[in-house]
Design a binder for this molecule. Structure first.
Ligand SMILES: [Zn+2]
Length: 472
């Protein structure tokens, strides 16, 4: 009951349904709701996500948007199953070789991986490079890791996956190998010698493989992993450099210990849903064609008392879908084509919602004229429109519209889709990706809060898409 009241409370506060310009107040009101603590980081398959989805459905209803008639859709909901993991407790302490113990701060010094297993222990440690267990490259050869926590770089060896260091990298596969070798927990750490080493981030992107329910999995910040390596004469930077230069494993036992406790509840099949609603076009023939406006609604959830608010990622895009739905549905003269508003679930797990929709298209493919996907559109000071190299006509049109408006669009673009656009790009639906440039400063960090958003960039990014939708 409280849930419903809360949704209504947010919906009830002063949305102007008459205004025909993008309202930063409306946008930020949605963002404030999506990032509020009660939604607990909007992880697909959790109650927090359901509350966010209820809010959007209530808004679609308030605007009088139409429902798509298709076997995969009930009302505005296209349901599917996802795995979810709720982490109720996590703590990590480092015990250095002198026996001094330090408690690490969750969200700053360490995080749990989104699909961590549970368990507790006070154990020894070993560093095992990239956790590879191949015939010609074996990080585990000659190191005893039975009953220990193993420290691994969170990527593939750069010389085996030269482009990005990611290649076919899978957290799950690394954990499975570590378990098979006798490890009881896995600590991931960013390579320190990258141009931009990664801070511990909230992430539910876990890669191919089986869930390991009894394997606690962490990402710990570089300085703390260095303290785990105290007394070995091999700080992480040196291990990174040695491995890269010698192109051979360099594994060792550490002298520190780690104490940890994780409580997590794994659900292999939780229900979640994409949301779809449309405004009918004004042209008697063209209204049978659709332009899709989409964004992912989910984020990476919470751990113990730490909530990942995901203001830029992607409360910004989700709120823009709602604001564009308001603007389009309130127009006296609607665009010629119908506009379909979509919120995807489970992007953070690996674009599962958009993939599900592309595989269960509720419209004939040839009736979808274009899809515009918004993901992280409110941080920074310029707008980037991706996938332009795959769809130069759409990109040129948007650039022209931008030049007549805020002129905030950069010339850089790319090909091949990107995130939720990819499954549609792959089946031949033309589309563009709306993002802001240098958008990822706070990506998946607890600091991705509404206060960090740039109101002007945000408003202009939404306006650019609005002007594009009404110019056909
Ligand atoms: Zn994300």
């Amino acid at each position: 009951m409280r849930k419903v009241q809360l949704v209504l409370l947010f919906l009830g506060i002063g949305f102007s349904v008459k205004a025909q310009v993008v309202s930063i107040d409306s946008l930020m009101k949605h963002v404030d709701f999506f990032t509020s603590d009660v939604l607990k980081g909007r992880m697909a398959g959790t109650q927090g996500y359901e509350m966010a989805a209820d809010y959007c459905v209530a808004y679609f209803e308030q605007l009088g948007l139409k429902k798509i008639n298709h076997s995969s859709i009930l009302n505005y909901n296209q349901s599917f199953m996802v795995e979810s993991n709720e982490i109720s407790e996590c703590s990590v302490s480092v015990i250095n070789p002198d026996g001094v113990k330090y408690s690490l701060k969750l969200g700053k010094d360490f995080v749990c991986r989104g699909f961590t297993g549970h368990g507790s222990g006070l154990v020894d440690l070993a560093f095992c490079g990239f956790g590879q267990n191949k015939e010609d490259y074996n990080d585990y050869r000659g190191v005893d890791i039975a009953g220990k926590a193993v420290i691994l770089f969170k990527s593939n060896p750069p010389f085996l996956a030269p482009d990005t260091g990611w290649g076919d990298f899978s957290i799950r596969r690394q954990v499975a190998v570590a378990k098979e070798k006798g490890a009881v927990a896995v600590i991931f750490v960013s390579r320190p010698n990258l141009t931009k080493p990664q801070k511990p981030i909230g992430s539910t992107s876990h890669g191919e493989g089986v869930h390991q329910d009894d394997m606690p999995q962490f990402q710990i910040d570089i300085p703390w992993v260095d303290s785990l390596l105290l007394g070995t004469r091999y700080p992480l930077e040196r291990l990174d450099r040695l491995t890269e230069n010698l192109k051979m494993p360099f594994s060792l036992s550490a002298k520190s210990k780690i104490e940890y406790k994780v409580s997590a509840h794994y659900n292999p099949a939780a229900e979640t849903r994409n949301l779809l609603a449309y405004v009918e076009g004004s042209d008697p023939v063209l209204k049978n064609e659709f332009v899709v406006v989409s964004a992912h609604l989910d984020h990476v959830g919470m751990q113990q008392n730490l909530i990942f608010p995901g203001a830029n990622d992607n409360a910004s895009g989700s709120s823009a879908v709602l604001e564009l739905a308001r603007l389009i549905s309130n127009r006296e003269i609607k665009p010629a084509r119908s506009i379909l508003f979509v919120l995807f679930s489970a992007e953070e797990k690996g674009i599962e919602g958009s993939t599900f929709m592309a595989q269960n298209l509720p419209l004939p493919k040839e009736k979808i004229a274009a899809i515009y996907n918004m993901d992280c559109i409110a941080f920074g000071d310029s707008i980037q429109i991706g996938n332009g190299l795959s769809n130069p006509n759409l990109w040129d049109k948007m650039k022209e519209i931008d030049e007549k408006n805020a002129s905030l669009m950069t010339n850089q673009t790319w090909a091949g889709g990107g995130s939720d656009l990819t499954p549609f790009h792959q089946i031949g639906i033309p589309g563009l990706y709306v993002v802001t440039k240098y958008s990822y400063t706070h990506l998946h960090l607890p600091t991705d809060t509404p206060q960090t958003l740039n109101a002007r960039t945000y408003k202009e990014a939404v306006n650019l898409l609005y002007q594009t939708l009404i110019t056909d």
